[in-house]
Design a protein around this ligand. Sequence first.
Ligand SMILES: Cc1cc2nc3c(=O)[nH]c(=O)nc-3n(C[C@H](O)[C@H](O)[C@H](O)COP(=O)(O)OP(=O)(O)OC[C@H]3O[C@@H](n4cnc5c(N)ncnc54)[C@H](O)[C@@H]3O)c2cc1C
Length: 494
Amino acid sequence: MSDFDAIVIGAGNAGLTAAATLQRAGARTLLVERHNIPGGCGTSFRRGRFEFEVALHQLSGVGVEGQPVSLREGLFQQLDIADKLEFVQEHDLYRAVIPGQLDLTLPADWERAITTIEEAFPGNGSRARAFFDLVKAVAFWQIAAKRGMPAEEIDPTLFTYGLRPLRQVLDEYFEDEALKCALGIYWTYLGQPPSKLPFQDLALTLFAYFEFKPWHVRGGSQAMSTAILDSFLRAGGEVRFNTAVDAILTEAGRAIGVRLEDGQEVTAPDIVSNASLPVTYAMLGDIVPAAVRNDLASRRIGVSGFVLHMGLDATPAELGFTASTSFINLDADDDRTQASWHSLEPARGVCVSSYDVAPIGFAPSGATHISLMTLQYADAWDNIAPQDYASTKFAYAETLLDVVEHITPGIRDAIEEVDVATPLTMMRYLGHPGGAIYGYDQDATESWLFRNSERRTHVPGLHLAGSWAGIGGFQPTLEAGARVARRLLRTKAA
Ligand SMILES: Cc1cc2nc3c(=O)[nH]c(=O)nc-3n(C[C@H](O)[C@H](O)[C@H](O)COP(=O)(O)OP(=O)(O)OC[C@H]3O[C@@H](n4cnc5c(N)ncnc54)[C@H](O)[C@@H]3O)c2cc1C
């Protein structure tokens, strides 16, 4: 008999929800995590009198009370954590700024956003309404397609617009360049510029935040990760931290267990991996078919991030932060901005998360915790000599401060605590190639539509869950883990 019914490798979002779903359904599950805390990206850490949020800028999908098909009413209730978490709503979607050209705060409400757009860009209210109708249609039919609705029943709007570059769709609906920038600015979360980003990706993102609102969690993403772990442990699950899985054991081409880094072998008929695909397949050794190895070699490792975490000795109002989330781009040349993520060229844009406009409890009273983030590929950091690493990262961090000074002049005077994370930091803490935070590049050719790794592992008994096997981001990975676990349980029951 096997030691467990299932082993889950990695306690990121998808690993946690997979483990909790399996154990709560009665499958004896071991969760193995190389770090000393649960969460993967969804963690926090302490500096001085501040706790710093690592990753969660805006949680999508939580939904307001009574809204069905939301994390709050769905997954979080299934895991019995809905009433153990306190969600903090961001009332604005974001503030979008291009110094001298654009400064627009979009409320997180379809109708109020249309009114705001009409006020700031007279004559564009009806265009915005038509654009939002398209966003809703493309998001809705995309979800239907993902849930398996046959193609002939899907509205052709999805096929007409879904894979067109965002830029083309914005050009079709609007003439004002600043307004196009304001409505497309979530591209800086998703990693592909409007000239390449499939419209369906922006549509899904806007829909998730407008319809289900943007949220923070009191106690940060760590509170959520810990709550899911507690749900797993309450159901009798077993977890090992500070333990990496070194190898996935196979017999006659089937996964039968894992070898831990101390050499111990643990058996189970089902293994769920939340580790990256390159790491997972490397752990299988020679049995991986050549076709799979070739396919993996053809894929592009996605973007990582550079984050400046700060504790500021001033309130958000004193600093001039009016929205929880602000995007500041120096200009509208998005292709150039995305290209700059491969270099140490001064940051051309930042996402600013101000966690005390609607406080999450990480800064003491009268102070503010913010993070400044720009996406960046790890290759920008590949050739830095170890002795130059610290000075290089602090010099680059200064360029993010230069950008944020456009909305908070004098912010440097309020800095009390600071910490800097580079793509190498992400690589070290997550164990992912390139420190990639959404797995592979999130463009059309790498998307779930063409490469659904979650459904095909080529090794019976091995299941993949997380950003490397599907869509990256908090909501998608939280849902992916539970989905993979449910599929596994259904197969066992059949
Ligand atoms: C700075 C930053 C900002 C972000 N901002 C947002 C945002 O605002 N909104 C959003 O939706 N998303 C955001 N993301 C992305 C989001 O956090 C991730 O896409 C998501 O959390 C990934 O979850 P995952 O389930 O794929 O697991 P991951 O978080 O990638 O975790 C994988 C886990 O597996 C463990 N592991 C790996 N190999 C092994 C092994 N061999 N043995 C044992 N354990 C192993 C790792 O230690 C890790 O804990 C951000 C990420 C970062 C880093």
